[in-house]
Design a protein. Sequence first.
Length: 95
Amino acid sequence: MKTLINHFEVLEDPRDIRGKKHNLVNILIMTVYGILCGYTDFENMADFLEVHKEYFIDLLSLENGIPSHDTFSRVFAMIDAKKFPSLTVDKIKKV
């Protein structure tokens, strides 16, 4: 998990600090979990995360609970894909 966090920490958070309730790294990690569990849209992913809320709150120390599907959508609309860190297969295997 630490390696995954380290890769995501290099991303610049494009969101305005006002009203920001969720850490960018946590949103990205929850997205990875959702995708690995087969969810391909943010609405179903957020529902899945909400069902497993206690696990993710403990895992990621979420102060404000699970982000809404709208939050996931807004965050991914703002991220510059060119700046997204490239994870090689070798790096992923270490996670």
